[in-house]
Structure formats: structure tokens, C-alpha cells
Design a protein around this ligand. Structure first.
Ligand code: E4P
Length: 220
């Protein structure tokens, strides 16, 4: 499973990059707004750090606006991917952009039908929102399972980015379901590697190590 960060925070990106775990980054307008920095400058900096796709979202809602923004965003870096919302205009824009070789990530996917339409239009990535699906009393992981099986059934190259990940359970279950990618918010990062039994184990080993005779003590 590829592992993206769902953040525009450069410190968080560097932190996980140092561990060798980072395969890409996703952003959206809310994530960009949190950083209080210029959009283009932020995306260019992230693209220079990350050796993998970095999603930057368009704001326009018409086909012409989305295509124009996408063509501009695409010039910012070799590894930038244009995020397009799942609407009729979005599908048309994705179709145009895919023919130009511009990579797209169709976002705000809440059903198998939406994911299938995006893949057919030529999306490079689709982003089903598991957390927001759970929020309305449905099953986000079931959406990942069903969408993944659908893309396999028809041999699509489109990759699933499991988005709106709120828990480690979401990440693990999306991996079991076969999602290609999970994008994780920075707030979830420490939970990826921390476990109370690991911490207890380290404390126990250190306490026991104190009881081991040291060379100087043995000689005296
Ligand atoms: C990423 O592509 C999505 O925009 C993001 O995961 C949405 O997460 P949220 O539902 O927690 O805002």
C-alpha cells in the first residue's frame, strides 16, 4: 500500500519523509487554508520535497475554469496531480485533461457509481472519503471494498486513494480491502507507530538492564 500525507504542513511532510514512508501528498482548499501561505508557493515546495504525486485542487466549477486551472497547476512541477471535484463538469474536464496527459485525482467520491464514472472518464486517481461516509451512517470501508473490486473487474489502471481517513482502523481495513493508497492526516501520524505495550516493553528492558553487572563492577 502506498502511503500519502493529507497535509500541506511542510514539517509533517519532512518528518514522515525522514522515515522513508512517504509516497505522496494530498491537499484540498481547507488543508491549504490551514497553513496561511500562498497556494502555488506551498505546492511547489511540497513537490520539491516529495518523490511522488502531490495533489492540488482546482477551485473553478465550470469545465473551462477547471481545465484552465489544471493546465496552469500542471506547469508547477513534474509530480503535481490536479484534483478535480466529482461533478458532471469535473468528469468532462478529466476527460479533456487525460487526453492531454495531465494526471487527475477525482475527489469527493461517495459511491461506487461515482468512482466508476471517474475511472471511465480517465482519472489517474479516485478519492473515496471513508470518514465522511461513516459520518452519514454508511460504511466507508465497504465503499473501498466495492470500488476496488469494480476497478479490478474491468481492468482499470485508476488507483484508489482512501481519503478522509480518521482512524488507524480505516488505514488497516483499507489495506485489507486492497486500496492502492491511503492518505493520512498529520494528527494521526504518531498513532501509526506508537503502542503502549511497546513503551512498556522498553521501560521493562531498561529496568532489567540496570541489573546486569557492568564490566567495571565485575572486575572490582
Ligand atoms: C483528501 O484528498 C481529502 O480531501 C481529505 O482526506 C478529506 O478529509 P476530511 O473528510 O477529514 O476533511
Amino acid at each position: 500500500m502506498k502511503f500519502y500525507l493529507d497535509t500541506a504542513n511542510v514539517e509533517e511532510i519532512n518528518r514522515i519523509n525522514r522515515l522513508g514512508l512517504l509516497d505522496g501528498v494530498t491537499t484540498n482548499p481547507s488543508i491549504i487554508a490551514k497553513e496561511g501561505r500562498d497556494f502555488e508557493e506551498t505546492i511547489k515546495e511540497i513537490c520539491s520535497i516529495v518523490d511522488g504525486p502531490v495533489s492540488a485542487e482546482v477551485i473553478g466549477l465550470t469545465v473551462d475554469e477547471m481545465v484552465e486551472e489544471a493546465r496552469n497547476i500542471e506547469t508547477w512541477a513534474d509530480n503535481v496531480v490536479v484534483k478535480i471535484p466529482m461533478t458532471e463538469a469535473g468528469l468532462e474536464a478529466v476527460h479533456i485533461l487525460s487526453k492531454e496527459g495531465i494526471k487527475t485525482n477525482v475527489t469527493l467520491i461517495f459511491s461506487v457509481a461515482q468512482g466508476l464514472m471517474a475511472a471511465k472518464a480517465g482519472a489517474t486517481f479516485v478519492s473515496p472519503f471513508v470518514g465522511r461516509v461513516d459520518d452519514i451512517g454508511e460504511d466507508g470501508i465497504e465503499l473501498i471494498q466495492n470500488l476496488n473490486q469494480t476497478l479490478i473487474n474491468y481492468n482499470f489502471d485508476t488507483e484508489i486513494i482512501t481519503a478522509s481517513v480518521r482512524t488507524i482502523g480505516h488505514l488497516e481495513k483499507a489495506a485489507v480491502a486492497g486500496a492502492h493508497i491511503a492518505t493520512i492526516p498529520g494528527s494521526l501520524l504518531p498513532k501509526l507507530w506508537k503502542h503502549p505495550l511497546t513503551d512498556n516493553g522498553i521501560q521493562q528492558f531498561l529496568a532489567d538492564w540496570e541489573k546486569v553487572p557492568k564490566k567495571a563492577e565485575t572486575l572490582s
